[in-house]
Design a protein around this ligand. Structure first.
Ligand code: ACO
Length: 222
């Protein structure tokens, strides 16, 4: 029993599964990979997020302040440092998504709880220049497989607004099951919004999500 608990909690002073570089994988949009965020991502991150305000703002948690300031290159070092600190403490696995080597979005695993839960949430965004080509699905598949194997998690949850058809399609393609509706769950775009809860556990995907995407011809290992 002691051995089992220590496995679930991870070795003392180490956070299983972090840091990590996952991929490459060929999807419709190009060569997809995910890696840890870098301080030097500031300019690319800011350019995409400022350009894509209308694409992103309706689905993201409300942040105090102004969109352009919050997403300026000077705002990135603070965010990068917060993400790095959470990852080093084993509370998060934050990834930047790249397509053909260029920043295309982010996929983040947060609120990692170990012990008898071994659970976390997963969220993602992809810039308008890269949508519609399997990027979010491929990036999430890489990260889910990694979380269920190297990071030792058992369950991942994704919450999504019922109006967010593209994201619901991503979760459905991945095999996440809808488990319920959380009323007025999250402050998004200035109001408390209902969210559907989707979830996946290791038992659902014994061979992994990437293997299934490859078998279905939706991705190719490189
Ligand atoms: N209605 C239904 N399906 C749609 C629509 C629509 N209006 N628009 C696109 N789709 C489908 C696409 O056709 C595709 O499905 P298909 O492969 O069967 O054709 C699917 O949605 C999108 O799959 P991907 O190409 O893998 O995803 P993409 O790289 O385009 O990224 C994402 C999708 C992340 C939702 C992107 O649009 C985005 O960043 N949106 C803004 C931010 C956001 O909503 N983030 C998610 C918040 S919820 C969460 O994180 C759990």
């Amino acid at each position: 029993m002691a051995e089992r608990l220590s496995h679930r909690q991870g070795p003392v002073g180490r956070h299983p599964g972090w840091p990590a570089r996952l991929g490459p994988l060929r999807v419709g949009a190009g060569v997809l990979a995910v890696r840890k965020p870098k301080l030097s991502d500031a300019a690319a991150w800011s350019r995409i997020r400022r350009r894509d305000r209308r694409h992103l703002e309706a689905w993201e948690p409300t942040a105090p302040g102004d969109w352009d300031n919050n997403n300026a290159a000077f705002a990135w070092p603070g965010q990068w440092s917060t993400l790095r600190g959470l990852a080093r403490r084993g509370m998060s696995l934050p990834f930047v998504i790249t397509v053909d080597g260029d920043v295309a979005g982010q996929v983040t695993v947060g609120n990692v709880v170990r012990g008898s839960l071994c659970s976390a949430w997963i969220g993602y965004w992809v810039g308008t220049h890269a949508v519609g080509g399997g990027v979010a699905t491929g990036a999430a598949a890489l990260v889910v497989d990694h979380c269920f194997r190297e990071a030792g998690l058992h369950r991942l949850e994704a919450t999504v607004r019922p109006e967010n058809a593209p994201s619901i399609r991503v979760l459905t393609k991945l095999g996440f099951r809808e488990e319920g509706l959380f009323r007025r769950y999250l402050d998004v775009a200035g109001a408390w919004r209902d969210h559907l809860c989707y979830a996946l556990t290791t038992e659902d995907v014994p061979s992994g999500l990437v293997a299934r995407m490859v078998a279905e011809g939706r991705a190719e290992h490189l």
